[in-house]
Design a protein around this ligand. Structure first.
Ligand SMILES: Nc1nc2c(ncn2[C@@H]2O[C@H](COP(=O)(O)OP(=O)(O)O)[C@@H](O)[C@H]2O)c(=O)[nH]1
Ligand SMILES: [Mg+2]
Length: 441
């Protein structure tokens, strides 16, 4: 019996001892949880918490005043505080009903404040396939970061097929202006009735054997013809006066510190370029013959102050193959829609060289600009630094490059190299080349 009651007493002592330890553990850990929760919750009131929590705990004691030894707040702390206190940040609950903070910052809908001042009636324009999505995404991001995030111009996308949902979703998210998506009508992307299909096929086969770049491609020819004669007639472009063409995988290396559309309009410019070079002669053997035929048929369209000296070294007898590289261009749509340009395109189109050879839109636009426009309506943008494989335009002049935060290597600049026609453009316009050009020849 004595042994039995002793054992009983031991059980009671053990139980008492265990309960006491548990009490100390639980009470000593409580304050360190409640304190940070109220700080971190910021604008979350206890009323809010009680709505989230079915059985709210009692309100915690007020926080102790900071001691004099408390560490002063660093900048990082105040950034973190501002972040935690952001009233726009969503406060969410765990599946168990406990409140917690979502630590993912909320994206802002406003990328950057818009630059003050008027906008021109202008748009970016891109011809692309759905498969070009990630390459055009890179280009858009560069154009937006360097310029358009502050100007919010629209962007027109054109395709010979319908754009898919992903293309539309991603590009819409990248462009700060409005986006428009259009399908090209079949008659602007097909063989015209007067083209001999057999002859065109033989040409492609011959060019394939001679390994001429894109020589065997039907779609590339439709693309060149469309860019030469039809993109500016697409209904989505009717409302605009200026366009800026952007291709997939291009790069912009410097900040654009003003609105090039406004520059074009204010200065009466109709066409502009950043790179120029010689065309691959195998793709245009009879383009100049066709051009001469047009000059004869429409002398009234040739401007007296033209840039024939850019195209020809013998007063127009032969073509030197110089052209502005049209994967970048900022231009006036009304000029392309004007009678002189339309007559020029129609005359070339009837001769069939888009299919019987492989005429590119770059020499077509360049010949038109050089013959139909006065010299002072063509502009060279030295300050827009640009890359399209394989050529770079990196502004000449260190001062300019530093001010514009350029990241191109000046030694990559193509402007003054032997295969560029930009020196010729400077000479015929009697322009002084930028300081330092001799070092880049
Ligand atoms: N929708 C569509 N766009 C095309 C097609 N072929 C080329 N493009 C676009 O036309 C432009 C020029 O084509 P690209 O491949 O860059 O030619 P490159 O710069 O001459 O080598 C780019 O904007 C392409 O996305 C095509 O078959 N369909
Ligand atoms: Mg390209």
């Amino acid at each position: 019996m004595a042994t039995g009651s002793g054992r009983y007493l031991r059980y009671i002592l053990f139980a008492f001892f265990g309960i006491t330890i548990l009490y100390f553990i639980s009470t000593s850990s409580l304050p360190s949880y409640t304190q940070p929760l109220t700080e971190a919750a910021g604008k979350l009131s206890w009323d809010d918490l009680s709505k989230l929590h079915p059985h709210p705990p009692p309100p915690p004691p007020p926080p102790a005043p900071p001691s004099s030894e408390e560490k002063p707040k660093t900048d990082f702390d105040s950034i973190a505080d501002a972040f935690h206190n952001d009233p726009l940040r969503p406060k969410v609950s765990n599946s168990d009903g406990n409140s917690r903070l979502d630590i993912t910052p909320v994206p802002s809908t406003q990328l950057s404040p818009a630059a003050p001042g008027e906008r021109v009636n202008a748009t970016f324009v891109t011809l692309a396939r759905n498969t070009d999505l990630w390459e055009i995404a890179r280009s858009i991001r560069q154009v937006e970061d360097r310029f358009n995030r502050n100007y919010n111009y629209d962007w027109v996308f054109l395709n010979d097929k319908p754009f898919d949902e992903t293309f539309i979703k991603v590009t819409t998210s990248l462009v700060s202006g409005k986006t428009h998506y259009g399908q090209i009508p079949t008659e602007h992307w097909s063989f015209p009735s007067w083209i001999d299909q057999k002859k065109a096929e033989q040409v492609r086969e011959d060019m394939r054997r001679r390994k001429i770049i894109y020589g065997d491609s039907v779609s590339y020819r439709h693309m060149c013809r469309f860019e030469s004669g039809f993109f500016f007639r697409h209904p989505l472009l009717h409302q605009f006066e200026y366009y800026w063409r952007v291709e997939p995988s291009v790069e912009l290396f410097c900040d654009i510190h003003y609105d090039p559309f406004k520059f074009m309009k204010d200065n009466g410019k109709k066409y502009s370029f950043v790179l120029s070079l010689y065309e691959y002669v195998e793709t245009i053997p009879t383009l100049w013959e066709s051009t001469k035929k047009f000059i004869k048929a429409h002398p009234e369209h040739i401007h007296p102050d033209n840039s024939m000296a850019f195209l020809s070294d013998d007063g127009g007898d032969t073509y030197n193959k110089c052209h502005f590289w049209s994967n970048f261009e900022i231009g006036n749509l009304d000029w392309l829609r004007s009678q002189p340009y339309l007559d020029f395109f129609e005359s070339l189109d009837k001769d069939g060289g888009f299919f019987y050879e492989r005429w590119g839109d770059a020499p077509v636009h360049s010949i038109a600009a050089s013959l139909l426009l006065p010299k002072d309506q063509i502009h060279f943008f030295n300050d827009i630094a640009y890359y399209h494989v394989p050529f770079t335009h990196c502004p000449t002049g260190e001062d300019l490059r530093l001010k514009l935060r350029c990241h191109c290597n000046p030694s990559d600049n193509f402007d003054w190299k032997g295969y560029s026609c930009t020196s010729r453009y400077y000479d015929l316009n009697k322009m002084r080349k930028p300081a330092g050009w001799e070092g880049q020849v």
